[in-house]
Design a protein around this ligand. Structure first.
Ligand code: NAD
Ligand code: DAU
Length: 372
């Protein structure tokens, strides 16, 4: 039985990771630490709110004393670090929070982990506490590929192009340095684009679904031919599980879906699934009366080409050979089933995304859940 501290546990991937972990390891204890920024949502954790193996703490990863006290009080031996500012467009319009959370926040977490797991025992003449600091990173640190370049491996040189990816790259380097310099037991995973339930609707796939349901334009940056490698979020959680349990300390592992799509084709796949859902289920037209293009089977008309994202990376592709060969990792969800599940999740969970859109969940959070 382990106790894990999961930072960013109220975000998209952190919450999915918590659901995955408690299902697979029901005897473990999970502590989620989250600052509940605009991207954090207690509703993402509603399925585990009554689970005695789960505790939520409202706090900032930059609060070193809080993190130290959590590691000590709960005898945490595994820290899984998801907390970050994660949206590239926001990093372009306002990089400050990205530097603060992704770089300084990660640095603070590393200091707390070193203090509790290495320095405090040493001050008592004891050996370090056996531990793991797992850092969740992104394929964006490797920069951009042309259509014919080989996919990113763990040896690909870092070449981040946005304030977001630069801040993630800096955090990856700090994690590496804390291993080499101080002996902190770290692993890092660099993953491709995730999709699935609880995905915040500023990101491409949920944005397209929700805009179709409101009959709003589907904004396509530039020519729409940028390529991303899409992975169902539960498969990311599975990959992290393997890295934590089987990965070697000090190593980095790429996690990807082997599933490259041009943005315009992802949008087409989502459009077609929604149109089919409206044919299969007549009740959807009543539930979503604004969705005129979906009702008329003409969602293509909503596509609107807009000014490109500055510095937009053309293509990401992950070579996950190392993770497959050393850890036995293969994604378990096909894109066909994963995207269908995702579209249906949004069609069935309008209460979740309506609340996210109008921010009303915040008052409720303050009343219901938040505790230290
Ligand atoms: P998200 O934006 O949905 O969630 C981030 C969470 O971190 C939120 O709950 C937020 O409240 C919390 N948070 C932010 N700043 C904090 C702080 N200072 N202290 C405590 N909590 C804080 O992000 P996500 O998409 O779930 O991404 C999670 C991690 O995975 C990030 O590190 C991201 O870089 C990485 N990643 C994401 C993807 C993807 O496709 N979304 C792919 C690869 C890697
Ligand atoms: O590759 C992993 C990364 O994937 C993660 O590290 C990031 O945290 C995550 O946000 C995601 O970054 P992207 O920038 O790739 O995701 P996003 O959903 O913002 O955009 C996907 C692609 O779609 C990208 O090429 C930009 C484009 N796009 C996006 C939006 C929001 C559009 O064309 N229109 C849009 O409205």
């Amino acid at each position: 039985m382990k106790t894990l501290l999961v930072t960013g546990g109220a975000g998209f991937i952190g919450a999915n990771f918590i659901h995955y972990w408690l299902k697979k390891y029901p005897d473990d204890q999970l502590i989620a630490l989250d600052a509940l920024t605009y991207a954090g949502n207690m509703e993402n954790l509603a399925p585990v709110q009554d689970n005695p193996h789960f505790t939520f703490v409202h706090g900032n990863i930059g609060d070193q004393l809080l993190v130290e006290s959590l590691l000590e009080k709960h005898k945490v031996t595994t820290l899984v670090h998801f907390a970050a500012e994660s949206h590239v467009d926001r990093s372009i319009s306002g990089p400050d929070e990205f530097i603060e959370t992704n770089i300084i926040g990660t640095y603070s977490l590393l200091k707390a982990a070193k203090q509790v797991w290495i320095d405090t025992p040493a001050s008592k003449g004891e050996k370090p506490i056996s531990h793991r600091f797992h850092h969740v990173s992104t394929d964006e640190v490797y920069g951009t590929l042309s259509a014919t370049d080989l996919a990113f491996t763990e040896q690909t040189a870092y070449a981040p192009n946005s304030p977001y990816s630069a801040s993630k790259a800096a955090s990856d380097h700090l994690v590496r340095a804390y291993h080499h310099t101080y002996g902190l037991s770290v692993t890092t995973s660099n993953c491709s684009n995730n999709y699935g339930p609880y995905h915040f609707p500023e990101k491409l796939i949920p944005l397209v679904i929700i805009n179709i349901l409101h009959n709003k334009a589907l904004p396509i940056y530039g020519d729409g031919m940028q390529i991303r490698d899409w992975l169902y979020v539960e498969d990311h959680a599975y990959g992290i599980d393997l890295v934590i349990n089987k990965g070697l300390v000090g190593e980095t592992y790429n996690i990807g879906g082997n599933n490259e799509w041009a943005n315009i084709n992802i949008v087409k796949a989502v459009r077609q699934l929604i149109e089919k859902a409206f044919i299969d289920d007549q009740a959807l037209a009543k539930k979503y009366p604004d969705a005129q293009a979906a009702i008329a089977q003409n969602t293509e008309s909503l596509i609107t080409y807009v000014t490109d994202r500055p510095g937009h990376d053309r293509r990401y592709a992950i070579d996950a050979t190392k993770t497959r060969d050393e850890l036995g990792y293969e994604p378990r969800e096909s894109f066909e089933t994963g995207i269908a599940k995702t579209v249906h999740w949004y069609l069935n969970n309008e209460v979740w995304w309506q609340a996210v859109m109008n921010g009303s969940y915040r008052d409720w959070v303050e009343k219901q859940y938040v505790s230290n």
